[in-house]
Design a protein around this ligand. Structure first.
Ligand code: BTN
Length: 323
């Protein structure tokens, strides 16, 4: 876990002066070397006052989702044991793929304040300005590639549960959009690399519109997307949400590793607002209408068509038909 002993002491004694000598003792470095460490901590966005006689005191914590904050008090077995932070990156999913190929550990998390080339499903882009929660998790479950969609389901259920605990009436829209107030607040992009028999790694990319002003969206996007800040009327505490999300992912991921597929699919089904609705599904080969009667074990949506037959679709965009 990313550990910074100087910051840890300053945080524990928030607002109180700690001498350079004492900080040096905790960090195992000389009193003079502490100065450099303090400047580094300041560069992370923390406010530290210094006094020649009394030492240093922390007066403001950073608002960034850096490992020193996210990892602080996080009690997970796998997810978030390693956290990387980017002030700006093209796409955390792209970066995660590169690191996964280089052998990054199971559960490693990459978080960005801003993405300049965020990627969405179906080859689309993903608007990722500051204020949002843009993260990717590298998972290495020893499961068959055909069970890969369960990872997408456990990710959607984790976001759903996190938002519910924050008091938001969230639901899942097939395949993995999270809806609040009738609009999309979060998207999930899972990307899998596998051998014929076994998964090598799955990147779970989660984009949560947390503290985003809707003015940053085009009129088209505003018609179907929202942010937590816009729904609640005030900014959310991103740190708490990220920690809750990583905790939720960790618990569900442990279940997946034990083969508890039924509970993963069951939880997802319970949270999905698409099932039971009359929908139109636009797919690469055209639009099809029908009643969404369920999802199969591969996460494909099962539609009852007008002739009474049932057909499963693994990809597409859902529009609920209003009657
Ligand atoms: C969707 O189209 O609904 C999926 C959007 C996924 C966006 C997230 S943001 C973090 C991660 N990095 C990316 O480039 N995409 C995912």
């Amino acid at each position: 876990m990313n550990h910074n002993p100087v910051l840890a002491v300053l945080k524990e004694r928030f607002g109180a002066f700690v001498s350079g000598e004492e900080l040096g003792r905790h960090a195992g470095v000389s009193r003079t070397a502490i100065w450099k460490r303090i400047n580094h901590i300041r560069s992370l966005g923390y406010g530290i006052e210094s006094s020649t006689r009394r030492g240093y005191r922390l007066v403001k914590v950073t608002g960034k989702l850096i490992p020193e904050e996210v990892g602080w008090g996080l009690n997970t077995a796998t997810v978030g044991r390693s956290i990387l932070h980017y002030d700006e990156v093209a796409s955390t999913n792209e970066e995660a793929k590169r690191l996964a190929i280089e052998g990054a550990e199971d559960g490693a998390v990459l978080i960005a304040e801003e993405q300049t080339g965020g990627r969405g499903r179906l080859g689309r882009g993903w608007i990722s300005p500051r204020g949002g929660i843009w993260l990717s998790v590298i998972l290495r479950p020893r499961i068959a590639p055909s069970d890969g969609p369960k990872v997408m389901m456990l990710a959607a259920s984790s976001v759903f549960a996190t938002l519910r605990s924050a008091g938001l009436a969230a639901s899942i829209k097939w395949p993995n959009d999270i809806i609040v107030g009738g609009k999309k607040v979060c998207g999930i992009l899972t990307e899998m690399a596998s051998q014929p028999e076994i998964v090598d790694h799955i990147i779970v990319g989660i984009g949560l519109n947390a503290n985003i002003s809707l003015e940053l969206f085009s009129t088209d996007i505003r018609a179907c997307a929202t942010s937590l800040e816009a729904e609640l009327g005030h900014p959310v505490e991103r740190l708490k949400l990220v920690q809750g999300l990583l905790q939720g992912l960790d618990v569900r991921y442990a279940g997946l590793k034990k083969g508890n597929f039924d509970s993963i699919v069951g939880e997802w089904r319970g949270a999905c607002g698409t099932i039971g609705q009359e929908i139109e599904l636009s797919t690469a080969s055209g639009t099809v209408g029908g009643l969404a009667v369920g999802v199969d074990g591969c996460g494909a949506i099962v539609l009852r068509l007008s002739d009474g037959s049932e057909r499963a679709f693994s990809a597409g965009e859902v529009t609920v038909v209003k009657r």
